[in-house]
Ligand binder design. Sequence first.
Ligand code: SF4
Length: 68
Amino acid sequence: MSNYRVSIDRKNCIGDAICTALCDNFYMDSDGKASVRSEIIPDSKAEENIEAELSCPVGIIRIRKADS
Ligand code: SF4
């Protein structure tokens, strides 16, 4: 089983909240930009986080294997 690391290049977030609608690991912070609840996630959460990664219109969400 692998863990994944989730990150957002927050300075380029346009605050459209698409990621938060797709995955509850993302939330809108008080500055109007998205933040991550858990930076390390298990396999079981990877699919919904990757869906958010692929749906971000400015491509700033990164999901990578944490072990490699
Ligand atoms: S989908 Fe991308 S641009 Fe939109 S709120 Fe989430 S991180 Fe920001």
